[in-house]
Design a protein around this ligand. Structure first.
Ligand SMILES: C[S@@+](CC[C@H](N)C(=O)[O-])C[C@H]1O[C@@H](n2cnc3c(N)ncnc32)[C@H](O)[C@@H]1O
Length: 208
């Protein structure tokens, strides 16, 4: 991680009020794909990690039983809570949770994990730990949208801020999911530096 968790939290809290107005076309395409692939059923509990102001958590609320939205930035979650209240959404819980300690212990078993545009703040080793934690829930599906490299990134057109962000290659992420007993069933390329990975848990026979 190029900044501490606390520094990332403070950085996002500072820009939380403007965050929703600052996003790119690629971010929106990625978020739409995460929502579409998450596809929870009415009894499903979703954990949205790095939930920010709730782009994914709030979009999934009407399809799921409830959504556990976790983030490290109180400022971002405050915006999320405000939006939930304005939209009269009552089944999304925003609470502090770091990727590797997402604070899901007392919650119902999780069926689907989502994360959008957040995991790239961690180093590759930390991302692997976070993916192990996702696999340690009961989730049958994990949908990860993020900055990720499909090929060598163009150094003149980075889609990220090298001083604070640390994106992985798609191969590194796919390997991290397969190492914890998941099959990658879809990879969506939004941009050469933005994509969505859909991973499904294999059963004991290695079947999805
Ligand atoms: C670019 S925002 C994305 C928010 C939201 N998922 C979306 O799609 O709009 C990244 C979020 O990741 C959160 N974040 C950064 N590092 C984190 C960590 N180690 N654990 C959990 N959340 C983290 C930030 O606080 C921020 O809210």
């Amino acid at each position: 991680m190029k900044r501490s968790v606390e520094e990332h939290a403070a950085r996002f809290s500072e820009k939380a009020a403007e965050y929703d107005d600052s996003n790119t076309e690629e971010y929106r395409a990625c978020a739409d794909l995460v929502v579409a692939h998450a596809d929870p059923g009415p009894d499903d509990v979703v954990a949205d990690l790095g939930a920010g102001t709730g782009a994914i958590a709030l979009a999934l609320a009407s399809d799921a039983s409830h959504v556990l939205a976790r983030d490290v930035s109180e400022g971002m979650m405050e915006q999320g809570r405000r939006k939930a209240s304005e939209a009269r959404i009552t089944n999304v819980e925003f609470a502090y949770g770091e990727f590797r300690e997402p604070n899901l212990a007392d919650a119902d078993p999780v069926d689907v994990v989502t994360s959008n545009f957040a995991l790239h703040h961690l180093s590759d080793a930390e991302k692997r730990e976070a993916i192990e934690v996702m696999a340690g829930t009961d989730a049958r599906r994990v949908v990860l949208g993020d900055v990720m490299f499909f090929e060598q990134p163009d150094p003149d057109a980075p889609f990220y801020s090298p001083e604070v962000d640390d994106p992985a290659t798609v191969g590194t992420l796919v390997e991290a999911f397969t190492a914890v007993g998941f099959a990658v069933v879809a990879v969506e390329r939004v941009h050469d530096q933005v994509g969505v990975i859909v991973a499904e848990r294999l059963d004991a026979d290695g079947e999805e």
